[in-house]
Ligand binder design. Structure first.
Ligand code: GLV
Ligand code: MN
Ligand code: MN
Length: 411
């Protein structure tokens, strides 16, 4: 292994800047929702970079992009990558950084004529964010065989659009079967999106565990009535029941404690008028915990509270599953390989848990997997203010490069 090779920071930052111009929002930030025109343009640019590096680009039936650099031997590849879709109002690093670091690894190997025993595959998974279509991490879920192509194609988005039709519309329904290229190992680099590294003043971290995620859609049905004439004790107020349920989410998080998180990120009232008691409230719930038992307990408590509210508030409540992803412990050998690369680069190898979901937690079901995190300033993410310093981005990318070289030369 040649330890002298280094990634090109300037080029990495330039690519991040260029990709961030696609779907750029007035006032800062980017928006490339899955299969939007901006997502298509972001994909087009990513594919053009893949082709410029002489990679063989495959597109699978759910739109995952897999670009392969051959190895000296015809063995399963070391896969590197992340996603290029974003949340509605996003920063420029979430996902994109992981894909562009993977491209940078390939470019450095190409420039230095470094052959690896195993191929290296660069991947950009479809719909990691789950903001337009649930489940999130959809591309990786299909890749590991947990979601069929036909089920994926039938998904209806929050905006009423159809996943399959939109994929066809932007021209990214490929022919390859998801998961056809089974990796030797998968390494995803990503910004931390939380405060741990920033608070500890560390540039990078080694992720050994990812949180479990439960996404639910709660529909509360009451009765629309006049806001002025309906006595308080005669109301079936779906809005009030929604408020009570949202407050209970915080109680769940504080009483379970530890890594438990609970969030309502979306809500819609019907008929949504100033002088009408809401007849309907539809809200989303995001529950997370790296302890799977605690995560199940959190969901059970939410269901029990919903039953109570049906009685106390005279409403009916239905809860629909949108996504259940179990917590994932990564392969200790890949975690150690990343830790070793970190040490070789004289960086501290801080081991940590991810509170965000990542494609890596699905890939871990298919092959040995782990992640590298890079410090996020003030821990801010899913926000245009998302920021990691060029120095930290470079350090993380070099950890990825060394790890990829080590793994790609393994038996
Ligand atoms: C993805 O960003 C998630 O953790 O929801
Ligand atoms: Mn991400
Ligand atoms: Mn994200």
């Amino acid at each position: 292994m040649d330890k002298k090779v280094q990634i090109n920071r300037k080029r990495l930052i330039q690519r991040l800047d260029e990709l961030a111009q696609i779907g750029a929002l007035d006032g800062g930030g980017v928006s490339r929702l899955t299969f939007s025109d901006a997502d298509k343009a972001g994909r087009d640019l990513t594919v053009s970079w893949m082709k410029a590096l002489e990679l063989t680009v495959h597109i699978d039936q759910v739109g995952n992009l897999i670009a392969v650099r051959p190895g000296e031997e015809d063995l399963p590849p070391v896969m590197l990558g992340s996603h290029v879709d974003t949340v509605t109002v996003a920063g420029r690093f979430d996902g994109s950084y992981g894909v562009l670091c993977a491209l940078e690894v390939v470019q450095v190997l190409n420039e230095n004529n470094i052959a690896t025993r195993r191929p290296i595959a660069v991947v950009a998974f479809t719909n990691e964010e789950g903001v337009r279509y649930t489940p999130g991490m959809l591309g990786s879920m299909a890749y590991v065989g947990e979601l069929s192509v036909s089920d994926a194609r039938a998904i209806q988005g929050f905006d009423g659009s159809n996943f399959g039709e939109e994929m066809d519309r932007i021209g990214y329904a490929g022919s390859m079967e998801p998961g056809a290229i089974k990796p030797h190992a998968f390494v995803e680099i990503h910004i931390e999106q939380g405060p741990v590294l920033d608070q500890a003043d560390l540039p990078v971290g080694v992720v050994h565990t990812i949180t479990g995620i439960t996404w639910l859609e709660v529909t509360i049905t009451g009765t629309a009535n006049h806001a002025g004439t309906t006595p308080i004790n005669l109301r079936k107020d779906a809005g009030l029941a929604a408020a009570k349920l949202i407050e209970f989410l915080r109680d769940i998080a504080t009483s379970i404690g530890g890594q438990q998180r609970a969030t309502c990120g979306m809500i819609a009232f019907e008929p949504n008028a100033i002088n009408v008691i809401p007849s309907k409230a539809v809200l989303t719930v995001d529950l997370r915990n790296s302890d799977g038992q605690a995560l199940i307990a959190a969901e059970q408590r939410l269901q029990a509270r919903a039953k109570e509210l049906e009685t106390s508030d005279g409403v009916t409540i239905t809860i629909r599953d949108l996504e259940h992803v179990l917590p994932m412990k990564f392969d200790p050998l890949i975690v150690d390989a990343i830790g070793q690369s970190t040490k070789e680069l004289n960086l501290p190898a801080h081991r940590m848990v991810s509170g965000a979901g990542h494609d890596a937690q699905l890939l871990a079901k298919m092959c040995p997997t782990a992640m590298i995190f890079v410090r996020s300033r003030d821990g801010i993410s899913h926000n245009p203010a998302e920021l990691s310093s060029p120095e930290d981005l470079e350090k993380g990318a070099n950890v990825l490069l060394q790890t990829a070289l080590n793994l790609a030369n393994q038996d």
